[in-house]
Structures are given as structure tokens and as C-alpha cells.
Ligand binder design. Structure first.
Ligand SMILES: Cc1cc2nc3c(=O)[nH]c(=O)nc-3n(C[C@H](O)[C@H](O)[C@H](O)COP(=O)(O)OP(=O)(O)OC[C@H]3O[C@@H](n4cnc5c(N)ncnc54)[C@H](O)[C@@H]3O)c2cc1C
Length: 321
């Protein structure tokens, strides 16, 4: 399948990229590794006339345990000795994304800014035309929840890194025409499969910051997908616990691919508790209560919901024993 025609721009600095974006907005997309954007372009999913590549912006390539540049490739994150030693859950989640070949090109920034996915959206032009299109591409309504009053897009956020970075307490750096800012990752995503996140047109994600306090946590990630060799998650659960002996000082859980944004579970009342199987069951029950998937991927919502509790339970057992 051929790409549609577009003008490719290749700035070499963040300031240059932002200035270019200000001139081209709203008729452009950023591209990093292109493993998400370009397949979508080939399917004629909202392709734009200008594409601004970040590949030559060297300042986006930092990689340390406290700062990960947006242009760091997933394969480098997965293999970095310091990341593997300090945040094994992050390296593990990265290693489960797509395939080795795709991870050689795919980046951390592209993963966090991944377009939301849906059974009705990620289809060929012919397939979509037969349905009359959906809200996210040329149609009047969201076909996942056609009767809703709000008429928002219910495509699923399906990135693997976001829940792990959220439980580690990460923030993201953003650069745009109005300067630079930092946003906690739990506040970065927006509950609409078209809007997706807080980035305004012309803003780009520059890096991820992981606080020093994350080192006190044991974290992990469990992923459910149809084919372990390549598929996107249909469910992913990340958890982090801060243990002092038998006492759980803090617990954090976040899930991906079950809603339009990563789902952060508020567990403030489960802090400072003695670790026990009953405590784990309470948290699994909270996940079951909070997670309400809709029919936007090929597997049934009821199955994904039950598996969210199952994977949470398995992960917390592994992290606390
Ligand atoms: C077959 C297949 C399987 C896949 N499986 C998985 C999977 O299991 N898990 C998973 O998480 N992903 C999966 N992916 C998606 C993708 O490979 C990864 O998410 C990858 O990390 C995307 O990074 P990229 O640099 O290629 O993004 P790109 O395609 O370059 O960009 C993705 C989106 O982010 C925007 N963007 C990129 N960088 C920035 C930035 N710095 N600031 C602002 N916006 C930006 C782009 O405009 C675009 O909208 C899969 C893709 C394919 C084709």
C-alpha cells in the first residue's frame, strides 16, 4: 500500500521544530519512528499534507534513569543496562511492544503519543466506507457508543509504556510556541480518542522525567494480547508497591487498552496496610469495579474486564512475595 503524498520537514532542534510547527499548524503531524503514523497514513486515516520529522533533533535522545528523551528508541530502552537494573518493569514493558524490528524504529515519545485504536477505525478504506465511516475518520458518530449524548470517540489508548511510567510517578516535558512546561503523566491524557492528550497543535513531547523516589518501588507489568509475537495490548496492567517489611507504604495501579486513556486506580486508602492476600483481593476488586471496557477491539469487554482483575492479582502477588 502506498503512502499519500506529503511534504517532509526535518528540523535539527526543538526550537526549529516548534517554529516550523507554528507555521504549518494545523496541517501537519509530527513523526518520530513512523511505526504508528505511517501505517495509518497508508490506510488514509487522517493523513495531513505536511509531516515534521523529529529524527534529526539530537537533544531528544538523552537516556538516563531520570530522563528519557522522546526520540529514544524502544529497543535502546529495553536493552539499556542502567534502565534494566533500576526500572526492570520499564525495560520489560518496552520489550513486549510490537516486534523487535518495529522496536528498532519506534520511540518512547511516539509510544506515549500513540493514536488511539479501534475496531472501526483501524480498517482499510474499503471496509470503513462500507460502514459509512466513524467519528474519528469522516463519519458523524462513534460506532462503538452510537447512542451517547457527548459524541466523543471511544477508540482505546493502547500504548504499553504509559501505565508503567505512571506508576513510577513520571512526568513529561513539553515544548511549544508558548515555551516549555512539565506535566505529570497521570494528567497528560484526555478522555477522547481524537483529542488523546493535552498537547496543543504545535506542541511536542520532549522527554520523560522519572523522580528519584521511584527507586523505592518494586514495579511490574502484565500484558494480554492475541499474539505474543507482535500484537498491541488488549489489556495491560502496571503496578508499583513501596514495601517496608510486611507493610505496604504505597501502592499504585494503572491499566492500558481498556479505555480512551490509561486508567489510573485511586488507591490512597490502601496505603500503610499490612500486606496480605485479602489486601490483594481488595485491590483486584477495585480494578474490576473501575474498569469498564467497551466493544472497541475484537475481544469481548466482559473478558477484558475479568482479566484486568486476574492480571492485577497475579502481578501484586509477584511484587509482594
Ligand atoms: C504491527 C504493529 C504492532 C504494534 N504493537 C504495539 C504494541 O504492542 N504496543 C504498543 O504500545 N505499540 C505498538 N505498536 C505501535 C508503535 O510501534 C509503537 O507504539 C511505537 O512506540 C510508536 O513510536 P513511533 O516513534 O514509531 O511513533 P510515530 O509513528 O512516529 O508517531 C506516533 C504518534 O505520535 C506522534 N508523535 C511522535 N513523537 C511525538 C513527539 N515527540 N511529540 C508529540 N507527538 C509525537 C505522531 O504524530 C503520531 O501521532 C505497534 C505497531 C505496529 C505497526
Amino acid at each position: 500500500m502506498l503512502l499519500p503524498a506529503f511534504a517532509l520537514h526535518q528540523p535539527t532542534s526543538v526550537d526549529g521544530a516548534v517554529a516550523l510547527a507554528a507555521r504549518l499548524a494545523p496541517d501537519f503531524d509530527w513523526v518520530a519512528g513512523g511505526t504508528d503514523l505511517l501505517p495509518n497514513y497508508k490506510q488514509r486515516l487522517n493523513a495531513r499534507p505536511h509531516v515534521v520529522s523529529l529524527a534529526r533533533v539530537a537533544e531528544l535522545r538523552d537516556l538516563s534513569t531520570s530522563r528519557i528523551g522522546a526520540l529514544v528508541r524502544l529497543r535502546d530502552l529495553e536493552r539499556d543496562p542502567a534502565i534494566r537494573a533500576t526500572f526492570p518493569a520499564l525495560a520489560d514493558a518496552a520489550s513486549q511492544i510490537a516486534s523487535t524490528t518495529l522496536r528498532e524504529s519506534g520511540t518512547v515519545g511516539g509510544n506515549l503519543c500513540l493514536d488511539n485504536r479501534c475496531y472501526y477505525f483501524n480498517q482499510s478504506e474499503l471496509w470503513r466506507d462500507a460502514k459509512g465511516g466513524c467519528l474519528k475518520v469522516a463519519g458523524p458518530i462513534c460506532l462503538v457508543v452510537p447512542t451517547q449524548k457527548e459524541n466523543i470517540c471511544w477508540a482505546a489508548y493502547s500504548g504499553d509504556l504509559a501505565p508503567v511510567l505512571q506508576v513510577l510517578g513520571a512526568s513529561v516535558g513539553i515544548a511549544g510556541p508558548d515555551g516549555r512546561r512539565t506535566v505529570p503523566l497521570v494528567e497528560f491524557f484526555q478522555p477522547d480518542g481524537i483529542r488523546r492528550n493535552v498537547l496543543a497543535r504545535g506542541e511536542l513531547l520532549t522527554h520523560v522525567e522519572i523522580p528519584e523516589t521511584a527507586k523505592a518501588y518494586r514495579a511490574g507489568y502484565r500484558k494480554l494480547r492475541q499474539r505474543d509475537t507482535i500484537d498491541f495490548p488488549i489489556l495491560g496492567v502496571a503496578a508499583a508497591v513501596h514495601l517496608e517489611g510486611d507493610t505496604v507504604r504505597d501502592v499504585r495501579v494503572s491499566l492500558t487498552a481498556v479505555d480512551t486513556i490509561p486508567v489510573w486506580i485511586d488507591l490512597a486508602d490502601e496505603r500503610d496496610k499490612r500486606m496480605s492476600l485479602a489486601w490483594i483481593e481488595r485491590i483486584a476488586a477495585r480494578v474490576l469495579e473501575r474498569v469498564q471496557p467497551v466493544k472497541n477491539v475484537s475481544l469481548r469487554p466482559g473478558y477484558r474486564r475479568k482479566m484486568a482483575a486476574v492480571l492485577t492479582r497475579r502481578l501484586l502477588v509477584a511484587l509482594t512475595t
